[in-house]
Design a protein around this ligand. Structure first.
Ligand code: AMP
Ligand code: MG
Length: 406
């Protein structure tokens, strides 16, 4: 059976980033830069005041103090947004507001707190040498400096900087369209009352949320009945509407598991079964030219399988430079055992004690145990050839989210 790392390598090989599009910076949250973006000009563009106060010549007021105050003639006022072309001559000052351009001649600002204005004159009571409280042009970034690397996801900080630079519209990669198909005759909507033997379809809810979190756009498709014809029809349609088709259920070896047959007939299967627990019967394939990822139906399997294969694939489509979740080392708080042969993804809660992470399994780990996903921060990797990990052992944890401060 294929190792998870090898399976993921093959999955990622099967995906290529989407074509870039142009969007306004205001619409680019969580989109991914399609090219390296460089500063078209310096930031700030012009020297400006960091304080409300008086623009002056540092040579006049460098030595000012309460005992040796310096008095200057106030010749005008510059507000934020003014062009700021008032010349400041020796012995004079101009009232200036935060963000207003530093006028020619001035090279320092005395804040209001150390200045007293009276009758057209201002007295400066503390040293105000050249450069004091001035934000020089280019203080933040010089022209040509890299703002954002290709492949970086744009967050509020990046968007604000790009907006300051006038970089709108931007070349980004958008959200891939992900068709989410769930299979199973037993499924009813969460709002319905299940009949005897039926269960509520929770995988649609989980997968929709996971796709959105991963930066994809969900193309929903209701539950697909366990017949060859229904499965073929639903998968064919899904491929027409999406960049990636994914499904839950129907990939095992049961009499009513049709996904593999349908995919082989509509396209091809490149990989089936990975040495992992939960989630062994993963399918990588294609429907025509659309990539396909099939996960088993168990509610925990889809979650783990999504994290291992689908999320990285979505990130590759989005053009992300980094595809995988971060990994940390943590101290296991209780002993765990398993048979050798497959990599187990043990759902854990993380806690921070001093600077050391502790990982505690979330309880029973069966692939149908949905409660194991509650308050789960990630998975501890219990390697293929290991069968026992002692309390106190150091484990690698793939982090899905970090706990908040209590
Ligand atoms: P399968 O992989 O189709 O054999 O399904 C494995 C298990 O997952 C069965 O117990 C199914 O009832 C359950 N299951 C399949 N699809 C869903 C779903 N959409 N929501 C909740 N459970 C599901
Ligand atoms: Mg099924």
């Amino acid at each position: 059976m294929l190792a998870v790392s090898e399976a993921r390598r093959r999955v990622l090989e099967a995906f290529t980033p989407l074509e870039p599009t142009e969007v306004l910076v205001r619409d680019a949250l969580r989109l991914v830069a399609a090219e390296t973006l460089r500063a078209p000009h310096a930031l700030p563009r012009f020297a400006n005041s960091a304080m409300d106060g008086y623009a002056l010549r540092g040579a006049d007021a460098a030595e000012a103090s309460e005992t040796t105050p310096v008095t200057l003639e106030v010749t005008g006022e510059i507000r934020a947004g003014d062009p700021g072309d008032l010349e400041v001559a020796a012995g004079t000052a101009v009232r200036i507001m935060t963000g207003a351009p530093l006028p020619p001649g001035a090279d320092a600002v005395a804040p209001i707190e150390i200045a007293q204005e009276d009758g057209g004159r201002v007295t400066i009571l503390a040293p105000t040498p050249s450069g004091r409280h001035v934000r020089p042009a280019g203080d933040d970034l010089g022209e040509g400096e890299v703002l954002v690397e290709a492949g970086q996801e744009l967050g509020p900080g990046e968007l604000a900087l790009l907006a300051s630079m006038g970089m709108s519209p931007l070349r980004v990669r958008g959200a891939p369209k992900v068709a989410v198909l769930v299979t199973g005759d037993e499924l009813v909507a969460p709002e319905a009352t299940p009949g005897a033997g039926q269960i509520r379809d929770s995988n649609s809810i989980a997968l929709t949320a996971l796709v959105k979190e991963a930066g994809g756009e969900v193309i929903p498709a209701g539950p697909v009945a366990d017949t060859y014809e229904a499965t073929e029809e639903a998968f064919r349609r899904a491929a027409e509407l999406s960049d990636l088709v994914m499904s839950s259920g129907g990939v095992a070896v049961g009499r009513y598991d049709f996904v593999k047959d349908v995919i082989s007939n509509l396209g091809r299967i490149d990989l089936w079964r990975v040495a992992m627990q939960p989630g062994k019967p993963v399918v990588l394939g294609a429907i025509g030219d659309k990539p396909f990822l099939g996960l088993p139906g168990n509610p925990v399997s889809i979650h783990v399988g999504f994290e291992q294969f689908v999320r990285p694939a979505i990130r590759k489509l989005r053009g992300c430079a980094n595809l995988l979740r971060p990994r940390i080392e943590a101290t296991l708080t209780e002993s765990i055992t398993k048979p050798v042969g497959r990599l187990h993804f043990v759902r854990v809660r993380l806690g921070l004690e001093g600077s050391v992470f502790h990982a505690t399994p979330t309880g029973p780990q069966g692939s149908h145990i949905q409660s194991s996903l509650i308050n789960c921060h990630g998975v501890a990797l219990f390697e293929r050839d290991e069968s026992r990990l002692e309390a106190g052992a150091t484990v690698t944890v793939e982090v899905w989210r970090l706990p908040e401060e209590p």
